[in-house]
Design a protein around this ligand. Structure first.
Ligand SMILES: Cc1cc2nc3c(=O)[nH]c(=O)nc-3n(C[C@H](O)[C@H](O)[C@H](O)COP(=O)(O)OP(=O)(O)OC[C@H]3O[C@@H](n4cnc5c(N)ncnc54)[C@H](O)[C@@H]3O)c2cc1C
Ligand code: FES
Length: 281
């Protein structure tokens, strides 16, 4: 074996999986569940990044990390059972094993946003990829101006991280507003879409907006933010595309000239506005 071949053989493959045992499962909303893994060696990531998670014999999916970036001993993922892989994952219990590789992708620009007002806008399970960024910003509270979290869900039962949203609301140094598409009599909050909350929000000239949710929701949110004078340079979106390799090799997640796994999933809006305006076939 040549020295080069020996070196290549010794290097880890981008497809190497780490077997991990699910330490606990919490059921957050219909079809939505959160896995916690204990990581003895520690796990470090930047808010907004994702892992590829493999269910034995079923397949692999990209899942954002939803845990606290300051806590390295655990890894947390929040998933929704929507398809062939995630519905099998939904049936796994604590003690079951999955394969994990990552973290991959770009991150929310938390350091760049220091000194600005920060607006987090989430739709549905989109709160999961934003949670690490919210926790990091709140942990450095004096580094930021106003902090506002706007959250839209289908119904009160579909809201995730409900207790945490209450805790954040109770801090008084951050504004939390939630809205639902439909609700029964036990819901005292507003009913409608998340853009209604933006039209009522106090938005200043130095606003950084971090947005994550279904693409249709993000389109309307961006439009409303621009209408409210937020610069396209200050709007950040988390994009989803089907992924295979997760590391920029297969082209599966190509979006215009970029690969969402490598150049994304977090994009600054002005850099992708032309693509964002184009509906894919
Ligand atoms: C960067 C990135 C981060 C992600 N983070 C998360 C996360 O934190 N949690 C999470 O649950 N998912 C996340 N996803 C989405 C996740 O990867 C997909 O839900 C997953 O690929 C679906 O795989 P599947 O094989 O179970 O479904 P498939 O068999 O591929 O899909 C089956 C059906 O479900 C529909 N479907 C697929 N994805 C979605 C979706 N997201 N919403 C609604 N319908 C869908 C399809 O249109 C299809 O009809 C992320 C994706 C990316 C690219
Ligand atoms: S998933 Fe292979 S290039 Fe992005």
């Amino acid at each position: 074996m040549s020295a080069l071949a020996a070196l290549a053989a010794a290097l880890p493959s981008p497809y190497d999986l780490t077997p991990m045992r699910i330490a606990s499962v919490s059921r957050d909303a219909p079809r939505v569940f959160t896995w916690t893994f204990n990581v003895e060696k520690g796990f470090r990531f930047r808010p907004g990044q994702f892992n590829m998670i493999y269910a034995h014999g079923v397949g692999e999916v990209a899942i954002s990390i939803s845990g606290d970036p300051a806590v390295h001993e655990t890894l947390v993922h929040t998933l929704r059972g929507v398809g062939s892989v995630t519905q099998v994952m939904e049936r796994l219990e604590s003690g079951d094993m999955v394969g994990v590789r990552g973290p991959y992708g770009s991150a929310w620009p938390i350091a760049e946003a220091r000194g600005t007002d920060v607006l987090f806008i989430a739709g549905g399970i989109g709160l999961a990829p934003l949670r690490p960024a919210i926790l990091q910003v709140l942990a450095d509270r004096e580094g930021y101006g106003r902090i506002t979290i706007l959250y839209g869900a289908r119904s009160p039962d579909d809201m995730i991280f409900r207790e945490e949203l209450q805790r954040w609301r109770g801090r008084f140094d951050c504004r939390v507003e939630a809205i639902v598409d439909t609700a029964g009599r036990s819901w005292y909050g507003p009913v409608g879409v998340v853009t209604h909350l933006i039209s009522r929000a106090d938005i200043g000239p130095h606003e950084s907006a971090f947005v994550c949710g279904p693409e249709i929701m993000m389109r309307f949110v961006v439009r409303e933010l621009e209408r409210r004078g937020v610069s396209p340079h200050s709007i950040w979106l988390s994009m989803e595309r089907n992924m295979k390799c997760g590391v920029g090799l297969c082209g599966h997640c190509q979006w215009g000239g970029s690969f969402v796994c490598k150049d994304g999933p977090i994009y600054r809006f002005d850099q992708v506005s032309a693509l964002f305006a184009t509906r894919e076939v």
